[in-house]
Design a protein around this ligand. Structure first.
Ligand code: THU
Length: 128
C-alpha cells in the first residue's frame, strides 16, 4: 500500500494544472503486479482536461492491461495534501474495467489514507 501511495505522490509531481492549481497523482495496481501512474492534465478550454485516475487507467488499457486491483490517489494545491475522492466520470471509467470490490485508496500520505470500494463509491453505475 505504501509503495502504491508513494508512486501516486511521485506522479503528482508531473501534474499539469495551471488553471485549477490542484495537483493530482494516481497509481494503478494491475493484477499482474505492474503499476501504471498518471497525473491530471488540464487544458485552456477546460473540457479536454483529464484526471489523474483516467490518465493511469488509459495508459494501462492502452498497453493491454484490463485487470486491476486498486488505485491510489493523492492531491491538493501546491504544498498541501488532501485525500481526493474520484470524480463521477472517473468512477464510471473504473466501472468499465473493475469489479465492485476494486479498491480506491484516497491518501493524504503513505500513513494517512482511506480505502473504499468502487461498489461503495459508484452503486448502480451504468452498464450495457
Ligand atoms: N482531479 C483529478 O485529477 N482527480 C480527482 O480525483 C479529482 C479532480 C483534477 C481535475 C482538475 O485538473 C483538478 O483536479 C481540479 O478539479
Amino acid at each position: 500500500m505504501k509503495d502504491l501511495i508513494n508512486a501516486a505522490i511521485n506522479a503528482r509531481k508531473f501534474s499539469y494544472s495551471p488553471y485549477s492549481h490542484f495537483e493530482v497523482g494516481a497509481a494503478l495496481m494491475c493484477s499482474d503486479g505492474t503499476v501504471y501512474t498518471g497525473c491530471n492534465v488540464e487544458n485552456a478550454a477546460y473540457g479536454p482536461s483529464n484526471c489523474a485516475e483516467r490518465t493511469a487507467i488509459f495508459k494501462a488499457v492502452s498497453e493491454g492491461k484490463r485487470d486491476f486491483v486498486r488505485i491510489a490517489i493523492v492531491g491538493g494545491e501546491k504544498g498541501q495534501s488532501v485525500a481526493p475522492t474520484p470524480c463521477g466520470v472517473c468512477r464510471q471509467v473504473m466501472s468499465e474495467f473493475c469489479s465492485q470490490d476494486f479498491e480506491i485508496v484516497m491518501a493524504k500520505s503513505e500513513d494517512d489514507y482511506e480505502v473504499m470500494t468502487l461498489g461503495e463509491l459508484l452503486p448502480r453505475g451504468f452498464e450495457l
